[in-house]
Design a protein around this ligand. Sequence first.
Ligand code: RRX
Ligand code: FE2
Length: 547
Amino acid sequence: MDIIFGRNRKEQLEPVRAKVTGKIPAWLQGTLLRNGPGMHTVGESRYNHWFDGLALLHSFTIRDGEIYYRSKYLRSDTYNANIEANRIVVSEFGTMAYPDPCKNIFSKAFTYLSHTIPDFTDNCLINIMKCGEDFYATSETNYIRKINPQTLETLEKVDYRKYVAVNLATSHPHYDEAGNVLNMGTSIVEKGKTKYVIFKIPATVPEGKKQGKSPWKHTEVFCSIPSHSLLSPSYYHSFGVTENYVIFLEQPFRLDILKMATAYIRRMSWASCLAFHREEKTYIHIIDQRTRQPVQTKFYTDAMVVFHHVNAYEEDGCIVFDVIAYEDNSLYQLFYLANLNQNFKENTRLTSVPTLRRFAVPLHADKNAEVGSNLIRVASTTATALKEEDGQVYCQPEFLYEGLELPRVNYAHNGKQYRYVFAAGVQWSPIPTEIIKYDILTKSSLKWREDDCWPAEPLFVPAPGAKDEDDGVILSAIVSTDPQKPPFLLILDAKSFTELARASVDVDMHMDLHGLFIADMDGDAKKQAASEEQRDRASDCHGAPPT
Ligand SMILES: CC1=C(/C=C/C(C)=C/C=C/C(C)=C/C=C/C=C(C)/C=C/C=C(C)/C=C/C2=C(C)C[C@@H](O)CC2(C)C)C(C)(C)CCC1
Ligand SMILES: [Fe+2]
């Protein structure tokens, strides 16, 4: 297990050509860019949790049937400080670091204070986000790092707080058709309030605004939702959208702010300030994107832990949303490196298997409906929403599939009706898994698996002119525990789930978390983009056009 999770990886700075077997579709041209933890010890010091590891970016560039691989550590301020000190000096979610052990009592007191309202890590290890033409490595703190998607170089550090009042933000934003980013974050005890903030970062500087300025400056708050508990906001890793609504689950997996304020002095990690309250409810917030207001009805379900929303859509006056849910927080516990290193078979059993659950929320509940009646009239699901005496609505899910995580869908269907979920299979422990295609309509699945292989998140890339939702390929970077088998990029036909090709590279590849595919533009599109750029530049020189 150590070789999969806890081992430091060597970066591959020079692109290496992969050995391709099978046939890569001619239309598949572009770069698969992914992120994940790659370094778990620095000098003698060790991170506690797999999600703490230093961000290692890697990419597969696919061009004319050939594939080139490279990887590079994100040169975050955190990375640089750690490497310079030859030990971990910046705290991560599961590891509290003490930078100055030899400093005198005064500077020690100062460090305590600065950790009460600390300046956080920019070790952005979770995902890659696209904003306009720029790409960023992201995590869940207020910092993200711009990167060069070709060379994997680290560029400037962006602080969300300059543009919107959040201390935490998700690594799973949504994009609309114009490429505008919709994300959400938590503002912790700002002006005495703890709230969840939904915000939009435009892809380009809005029409009529001064051109040449960064779109970040035009970030706008979409809606704020006060936290149920001032000192104990929910932890969330993603959220859902439909064409007109946003879905936010305020789950009873909460951060204790008072504990966090004293964590540094108590030598406890921030993760230890996170607790699951199984006796509490999960509140389902629905926000109307048109009015930018939450829907007034109070919807809730039982306690659960969700990291990944899969997709959501509107149907017959309802919102249908699908999530991967757990009964407890055992997934987070499982990824402590101490559990993953020794006796993993005994230590790494999940007490709850991730299940795909479908919820349905009625948007226009009939005022005359009887208490106790089911408000869902959608024939395609057995999910229910029961009206209660006090007007609240209790939602119970339909269980669709047991044992899957890291879900992806065809993004053209994001927020819309859809049929297929692509995911990694997970059973009671993280043993070598499979890649799954789950068909929600027929409730059947297709699988790919191979001995000793650990597949990463399967990413769907649509074929040009695709008609069916599954016209395209699945890309997944796979590491193996068999020393004879080098890591490879697997390319599956998304329809049949048969292997089209694999590209093996003899490198020290890490197991990653999330990423995206940047399709190469074809010749004509490239020419057009170049001429648009030229025109923009010319208009920049002559000042903004009159409005
Ligand atoms: C909390 C807080 C703070 C700190 C916040 C910080 C540092 C947050 C960092 C959060 C991070 C790194 C979160 C990471 C989350 C990652 C998640 C949920 C990943 C899930 C991955 C799964 C389920 C993967 C599963 C698998 C893999 C990888 C391989 C497959 O083969 C098998 C399978 C599917 C089991 C501040 C800003 C200091 C102060 C304010 C409050
Ligand atoms: Fe995630």
